[in-house]
Design a protein around this ligand. Structure first.
Ligand code: TXA
Ligand code: MG
Length: 328
């Protein structure tokens, strides 16, 4: 769909990635960069042009807002009204895998396509490269996960290349991301924080920091990213082949690939964690889905994952990977 295919360069984090990435960002181009969660497709959040390129490269519907990544809490305050709940979490967690939805300030520098025209903005201060780039630019950076819209999120530079080759000029290769699941998105506008997307920071960890109970709006219904895209079908994070959930090894069907966990495993099959460790499973999930997808099995059958701690976020993604697909 892009009329001028570009040459996609991959640059290692051992080299001069900073200058190369900054040069692209300063001219309004987009760059794929790792965070502690997944790779993001970064662009200057104050540039309408750059943000339009993000939506175009991903094939993302324009009504789905982006996260603005900031260098520090001061930059967050320039963009949004930071509630006391948000302030407590910022102090405890940032830089880290927590995105806060807050009221957008009228004078915020972010171009309005970032919020899809809405009156709230999602803010995150990630660990590592995107934060460094935001600090060097002195500007917020808009960055969705660096995959084609609806596809599995990228945890390696190779995954970004597979989805966006010829659509973006530069990928910064920092190897596999540490956590492998996206940030937790929390609506922190009121005094009753609500999880809008479970993610790398658990509900319990947030509740502990705040000493209040935290609700998770994604548990009650089958909706998608409820805040941004109500009414859409749940399919997301989806490989090309179908996905079946809660499959015991004994129920594997002809032609299926098995993705095991803990005691539920098969000889030769891939497993998310042989020891049943949810942190390890989170880190491996997207890579495993991409690898099995490339083998083109009849479907991917996934072992049951306990619905506790990080298991909530893993099951949330798996449910969408297995959901009926949107008509393209
Ligand atoms: O870990 C992450 O969060 C990664 C890395 C790159 O930072 N980013 C990421 O972005 O997962 P993305 O665009 O793939 O997912 C962001 C989600 C979308 O579902 C979007 O609808 C939601 O955040 N979102 C963005 N702004 C929002 C807002 N103002 N209110 C509610 N949801 C919002
Ligand atoms: Mg995404």
């Amino acid at each position: 769909m892009q009329s001028h295919p570009v040459q996609t360069q991959v640059i290692s984090m051992d080299g001069a990635w900073r200058d190369a990435a900054l040069a692209q960002l300063r001219q309004g181009a987009v760059v794929a960069v790792p965070t502690e969660t997944v790779y993001g497709l970064a662009g200057d959040a104050t540039s309408a042009d750059a943000v339009a390129k993000i939506f175009a490269a991903k094939g993302r519907p324009s009504h789905n807002p982006l996260i603005a990544h900031v260098a520090d809490s001061e930059m967050a305050r320039d963009l949004a009204l930071v509630s006391p709940v948000a302030q407590a979490l910022i102090a405890a967690v940032w830089p880290g895998p927590l995105t806060l939805v807050l009221p957008l300030k009228a004078e915020a520098s972010a171009t309005r396509a970032v919020t899809a025209g809405g009156d709230s903005i999602a803010l995150r201060c990630p660990k590592g490269a995107i934060r460094e780039l935001s600090a060097a630019l002195g500007k917020p950076i808009a960055a969705p996960s660096a995959n084609r819209s609806g596809h599995v999120s990228p945890t390696r530079a190779e995954h970004v290349l597979a989805d966006l080759d010829g659509r973006i000029p530069l990928i910064v290769d920092g190897g596999a991301t540490a956590m492998g699941l996206e940030s937790t998105i929390l609506d922190a506008r009121g005094d009753k924080p609500m999880i809008l997307r479970p993610g790398a920071l658990t509900q319990d960890a947030i509740a502990k920091i705040l000493s209040v109970s935290v609700s998770d709006v994604t548990v009650a219904d089958s909706a998608v990213d409820a805040p941004a895209a109500p009414g859409l079908l749940a399919s997301h994070y989806a490989p090309a082949v179908p996905v079946r959930l809660d499959v015991l090894p004994s129920d594997l069907r002809e032609g299926e690939a098995y993705l095991g966990f803990g005691d539920h495993t098969l000889p030769e099959a891939m497993t998310l964690s042989l020891s049943g460790d949810l942190t390890e499973a989170a880190a491996k999930l997207y890579e495993a889905l991409r690898t099995l997808d490339a083998q083109n099995p009849a479907s991917i059958a996934v072992a049951p994952i306990p619905n506790e701690g990080l298991g909530h976020a893993i099951n949330n993604r798996l449910k969408r990977a297995a959901a009926p697909r949107r008509v393209p």
